[in-house]
Each structure stands twice: as C-alpha cells, then as structure tokens.
Design a binder for this molecule. Structure first.
Ligand code: MRU
Length: 345
C-alpha cells in the first residue's frame, strides 16, 4: 500500500481516512484536490504531506493556462493554498520551499514545458529523498533496539505516513528484518485512531507482533514492566529538541520518564526546524469538533457539547532520550547537537 503515487499527470492518494475498512484512492488532477486531501487527512503524516504538496505544486503548474509571464503570480496562489492546509508538520513548508526555489531557477527558460519538467523532477527527488532517509533512519535506529524488545508507539509513523517504509515504524521494521524479536504495543490514538487503523494494519502486514491498546492503558503497561522503550515520529522538532507529534505523545513521554523507560523520536532532518527556538513557537493545529463528538459518523458525545481538539502536543526535549535521523542519532544537549547534525553532509 503506497500513501501516494505520481501517475505522470495526476497524484494517486490512498484515502487513509477509510482504512482499514475500505481501500479507496483519489486521483488528484488539481492542486485544490491535493489541498482537500491533506485537510481531510486522506494523506497524513509529516513526510507524506511534504511529498504530496510537492506534487500539488506540480499540478498547479500543469493546470496553468496562460503564458510564462503570468506563471509566478499563479504559482504564488498555488503555494499559499497548499500552505494553509495543515500548520504543524514543517515538512509541508520545507517541500514547498524546495519547489519554490526550483521554480525561481527557471525564470530564464522560454518554454513552460521545460519549467514543468523541472518541477516534476524536483517533486520526484523529494519523494525519493524521503524513501532514502527512511531506510537510513531504520539502519541507524535498529542498533539501539535490544535483541528482544517490547516497543510502544503512538499514532502512525509508518509507510503510510511517509512515501515508503516509515520513520518510527521504519526503525521497528529494520530491527525486525535484522532478526530481533520485536513486539509492539500500538496506542489506538484517539480521536482519529491512526494507531488502531493504520499502525496495527501495517505491522500485521509485515508479520510483526502487535498488540493494540487504548491510549489510557500505556501507564499501566509501563508499571507492569511490559514496555522496554518508546519510539514515535515527529511533525516538527525545534532547535532545542522540543518535539511536536500527535496529541498524546507528551503524556507517553512523561510516563516513560516516570518509569525510567527510554523515549526515542525518529524523524528525517526535513522535520527539524532550526528557525523555531523552542516548542512553544510551534503552531498547533486544532481540528473540527465533529472528530471528537463522533467516531466515524457514530455520535459518541452529546450533540453540541463543547470540544477542544488539538491535533498535536509538544514533548519537551528533557524527556527525549535520543532523536534518530538519517544522519545519525542525536542526544542532549540538543541545541548544540542538532545544529552540528544539520551542517553534517
Ligand atoms: O495528524 P497526523 O495523522 O498527520 O499526525 C501524524 C503524526 O503525528 C506522526 O507521528 C508524524 O507526522 C510523523 S509521521 C512519520
């Protein structure tokens, strides 16, 4: 199952909001269609969103009807629309910046078809870079996994959340492929159940032993000594190591700390945002109340009850044992070590 696939003139998006009950695809032929798919979380997960907006940008350039002179203004509108879809995952803005930079390099070209070709190539590189980075994260990360390990994860940071392979689940996959005896506890991850619907599905397909738990069970499991380590993904990592990830990650980190359990974040360097000094500056998306009042169309709360639905929280760096990236594993002091990592080739 691929999260996204470029078809040459359309972006095929696996609608993850329907999994595992239904396998439905959207073949997006416009940037607006890609924007809607991101807003509806048909495609979700920081790296997958990054690659999707890159192709959304390409679709904008393919849709444009006028002459070359009008393209920059049109592409500004395309970029603004794609940028307003989801605010927290920095990969979205990282990918848009890459596409914008490539477009700017094309201004001396005479033929719009040449410009389009350059943009398609750049989006392809963004997708390919993600595949490569995830494999490397797996290679780096598998070393810290004991021969026998019970690992707890939150949300879905797997193949579905990326272009291929996954970050947190990439580490788990690589350890499993290396012959380690891995068992995973997957938090179901309310309100949209990415853990239950997506992580459990991916692990079952890979023949990796998995037990699904409700989010409020993690502490009890840790108290019983059933969790050896925690690995999660990330949506944005600040310069000081504070990490935004799916709502509930912070609670898991505090629990892990209280029980002396290592807590790792796995993410590509495209998720590190050195422009943001601490986690307090990371914008946190709030999602519609409907997602809390209903569970996939079934009411689970009184109609009209007040709802607070932040999609992410920030785990302070002090609770993070290490950040696993494609360039290596970083630990505290993060302000120094993340900077060193980012300049490393
Ligand atoms: O709201 P989502 O499902 O897009 O949130 C996803 C997460 O929080 C993931 O853990 C994160 O994006 C990393 S995915 C490799």
């Amino acid at each position: 199952m691929k999260s996204i696939e470029w078809l040459g003139d359309a972006l095929r998006i696996l609608n993850q909001s329907k999994l595992p009950a239904e396998i439905v695809y959207r073949d997006a032929v416009s940037y607006e269609s890609v924007a809607e798919a991101i807003e509806n979380m048909e495609v979700r997960g920081a790296p997958a969103i990054g690659a999707a907006v890159a192709y959304g940008f390409v679709l904008g350039a393919l849709e444009y009807q006028g002459d070359l002179d009008g393209l920059p203004a049109f592409m500004e509108r395309v970029q603004a629309r794609l940028a307003e879809t989801r605010p927290t995952a920095v990969n979205l803005f990282w990918a848009l910046r890459r596409m914008e930079d490539r477009l700017r390099e094309c201004w001396d070209m005479d033929d719009i078809e040449d410009v389009r070709k350059v943009l398609i190539e750049e989006a392809g590189r963004i997708a390919e870079d993600d595949r490569r980075m995830n494999r490397l994260i797996g290679e780096q990360g598998k070393e810290i996994i004991p021969e026998k390990a019970n690992i707890l994860t939150h949300c879905n940071a797997g193949a579905l959340a990326t272009v291929e392979y996954g970050t947190a689940l990439g580490v788990i996959r690589a350890a499993h492929e290396a012959g380690k005896k891995i068992h995973v506890y997957a938090d179901e991850t309310r309100p949209l159940l990415q853990g239950a619907r997506l992580t459990a599905l991916e692990l079952i397909e890979e023949n990796i032993s998995v037990t699904l738990i409700a989010d409020n069970m993690a502490g009890y499991l840790m108290q019983q000594g059933k969790v050896d380590l925690v690995i999660v993904g990330a949506d944005r990592i600040a310069a000081n190591g504070d990490t935004a990830n799916k709502i509930g990650t912070y609670s898991v980190a505090v629990l892990a700390h209280a029980h002396g359990i290592p807590f790792y974040v796995a993410a590509p360097t495209s998720t590190i945002d050195l422009k943001v000094a601490t986690g307090q500056e990371i914008p946190i998306e709030e999602r519609p109340a409907k997602e809390m009042r209903e569970c996939f169309g079934v009411p689970v709360a009184p109609e009209g009850v007040q709802v607070y639905n932040p999609a992410f929280d920030v785990t302070p760096a002090k609770y993070i044992t290490g950040i696993i990236t494609e360039k290596g594993i970083v630990s505290a002091p993060y302000s120094v070590n993340l900077l060193k990592l980012m300049v490393r080739s």
